[in-house]
Design a protein around this ligand. Structure first.
Ligand code: ADE
Length: 224
């Protein structure tokens, strides 16, 4: 899978992709993530990428040209399954969208907004899907793009060492994940549930499933 991210502040995206699971996924060549600075596609002397909104009002708007130019250049090199715009007015991201994207997309472009957003003509003419990561407003789309990228990539087979660990994540079957414990078995007189140290794998699996249901009922009954 290849993910191209267009940003006005590309440095915001350096660390999320250069550590841990996402770094390894790139090293293993399972995924290619490219961050593009839209300023590089500005054609004016000042290399500006934003301007005042027509009709007035506070806040700047990201101009159509640098973003469109960057997309056209990328499209000369390969076909894209989707051009996604990160925006609080988009479809609310959930695990089922991540599963769908992870299993069916080969190449995607993600546009990060900034300031008041991007020129609406990009949304009308170029963008094919809009995604929000929650009902709150971030200063820009970069953190949201990092969230989306992470959530998609970890689902690609081979990215996690133990593939079942993605399958047993919260939300994968509309249930929250069960509690987990590690050594020591007793700490400060707080004990790990005995069943987990019993060695009875079938009983442990049943216990985990029961705990998942209980936890979901308690914390997220809307999922059931
Ligand atoms: N950009 C700003 N806020 C956002 C949000 N909640 N989701 C996605 N992109 C955003």
């Amino acid at each position: 899978m290849r993910i191209d991210i267009l940003s006005a502040v590309p440095s915001l995206l350096e660390s999320p992709f250069n550590d841990s699971i996402l770094k390894r996924a790139q090293e293993k060549k399972i995924v290619e993530i490219k961050v593009h600075n839209i300023r590089d596609y500005s054609t004016n002397k000042q290399k500006s990428i934003d301007d005042y909104a027509f009709g007035g009002g506070a806040g700047m708007v990201l101009c159509i040209e640098p973003i469109h130019k960057c997309i056209l250049k990328l499209q000369e090199e390969r076909k894209y399954d989707e051009i996604i715009y990160m925006s609080p007015d988009g479809e609310l991201l959930n695990q089922s969208i991540c599963n769908q994207m992870s299993s069916s997309y080969k190449n995607i472009i993600i546009i990060c907004g900034h300031y008041k957003g991007i020129d609406e003509r990009l949304r009308d003419q170029i963008v094919t899907r809009e995604i929000s990561i929650g009902d709150y407003v971030l200063s820009g789309g970069e953190l949201a793009a990092a969230v989306l990228t992470d959530a998609i990539i970890r689902l690609i087979p081979g990215v996690l060492n133990n593939e079942t660990s993605a399958l047993t994540d919260s939300f994968q079957d509309n249930l929250l994940a069960p509690p987990v414990y590690t050594r020591p078995a007793v700490y400060n007189n707080w004990k790990v549930p005995e069943i987990l140290t019993s060695g009875n794998l079938k009983a442990i699996e049943e216990w985990r499933h029961e705990k998942s249901i209980l936890r979901t009922k308690e914390k997220r009954p809307d999922l059931l």
